[in-house]
Design a binder for this molecule. Structure first.
Ligand SMILES: Nc1ncnc2c1ncn2[C@@H]1O[C@H](COP(=O)(O)OP(=O)(O)OP(=O)(O)O)[C@@H](O)[C@H]1O
Ligand SMILES: [Mg+2]
Length: 86
């Protein structure tokens, strides 16, 4: 599993931006992550990029746990945000 999330949840105060996301993406898989404005896509990508801590749940990139092994994840990924600094 190249990307895995388990019960991934992010709250901004009272707002639940991401609610118990379960994702399993295999190596070599081409995965499109689509949804309406405000669905939580950028929040998900920011967590997977180690730029944001989840409120609850776990995210793994190449087996490394976001938040605990972020320094191992960062050299493995590239992220092009829609706005600079996002
Ligand atoms: N830093 C923040 N503080 C408070 N609320 C936020 C913050 N970032 C995002 N949100 C809110 O969290 C929810 C999810 O936002 P997010 O940006 O992840 O959605 P998105 O799917 O990327 O939307 P879009 O398609 O518009 O890019 C939205 O309700 C948004 O207003
Ligand atoms: Mg977005």
């Amino acid at each position: 599993m190249i990307i895995q999330t388990i019960n991934l949840t992010k709250r901004y105060g009272k707002l639940v931006a991401l609610n118990n996301l379960h994702l399993n993406i295999e190596e070599g898989e081409c995965f499109g992550y689509i949804g309406p404005n405000g669905a939580g896509k950028t929040t998900t990508i920011r967590i997977l990029s180690t730029l944001l801590q989840p409120t609850w749940g776990e995210a793994r990139v190449c087996g490394h746990v976001v938040g605990y092994e972020s320094r191992k994840i960062r050299p493995l990924i590239g992220y092009v945000p829609d706005f600079f600094g996002a």
